[in-house]
Design a protein around this ligand. Structure first.
Ligand SMILES: [Fe+2]
Length: 287
């Protein structure tokens, strides 16, 4: 074999290796893309609290956020089935149940009907519901109430279990937050609020003096949309690039902040290495 033939054979080999590497990477990226935009992970979290009333010890909460009337063959049924399989005591829904760019109110209400068949549901609105037409927002809120959802629009509910009670506060698009929080009657306070970044001022701003939050369930960040090695989320609305609060639980000055990655996509946005999730959160009494 002369030198020319050797060089040609070597070039062909290199091209073959490059082709295989590109093919493997493309398949891996596509597989991750499909997984991130269809699979629903069940993330199990728990929190231990000294002031949790005894009757709520072991209580299981399912936290759903950012459904965005996600499309897909019976996707809402698959989501509701997963929630049902967890056997929750309460379901918290923290906003953006309807997408403002492609609103399908009926699909969101079908999910609510399924959820209320499982256990009591408490829901707050997100920025997307506020961007809906008045007609669509009213249709969603009244439809959700009709099927038994406790819609908390700047309201405080008292939830009783056994001989004990806790407060669940639902904030409504950052209006009069401190006044609403001050209405909590019980010592143990759970907040439902769409925006995780709000926790930065709940504990430091003077207007919140005298208010108290044990757990703050939130969404909105969609997990940061794109996760890469050493990058736990590329972008989140309200937090910008490389957001701080994207998924999981955080201790913010004595408040446990829980951030859901959400169960749907907003408009045409898609995810990478960032699948949909529901959070199964178990309350534990710190004895
Ligand atoms: Fe959202």
């Amino acid at each position: 074999m002369n030198t020319e033939e050797k060089t040609s054979r070597s070039n062909k080999k290199h091209k073959k290796i490059i082709f295989v590497v590109i093919l493997v990477l493309t398949v891996a990226v596509l597989a991750d893309f499909i997984w991130s935009n269809t699979y629903i992970e069940v993330k199990k979290l728990s929190g231990s609290f000294k002031d949790l009333p005894e009757s709520f010890d072991g209580c299981k909460i399912i936290h759903i956020s950012d459904f965005h009337n996600e499309w897909g063959l019976d996707y809402y049924e698959r989501l509701a089935d997963k929630v049902n399989d967890c056997g929750p005591d309460y379901i918290f829904v923290t906003g953006d149940s309807v997408d403002s760019l492609f609103p399908e109110v009926d699909r969101s209400l079908k999910l609510m009907e399924r959820l209320t068949d499982i256990c009591p549901v408490y829901l707050v609105l997100g920025n997307h519901e506020y961007a809906l037409s008045e007609e669509d927002r009213t249709a969603f809120v009244s439809g959700a109430k009709e099927c038994g959802v406790n819609v908390l629009t700047n309201e405080c509910a008292t939830v009783t279990r056994g001989t004990d009670s806790i407060s669940i506060v639902g904030l409504d698009n950052m209006v009069n937050d401190a006044e609403v929080l001050a209405q909590a009657k019980e010592d143990f306070v759970i907040l439902l609020n769409h925006y995780p970044e709000d926790c930065n001022y709940f504990n430091v701003s003077a207007e919140y003096a005298g208010t108290h939050i044990d757990i703050d369930f939130t969404g909105h960040a969609h997990g940061g949309l794109i996760k890469l090695p050493f990058v736990n989320g590329l972008y989140a609305p309200g937090q910008g690039l490389f957001p701080q609060y994207v998924d999981g639980a955080y201790d913010i000055g004595g408040t446990t902040l829980v951030v859901s990655r959400g169960t749907g996509n907003s408009g045409v946005t898609q995810r990478f290495s960032d699948p949909f999730e529901i959070i199964e959160y178990t309350l534990e009494k710190d004895k």
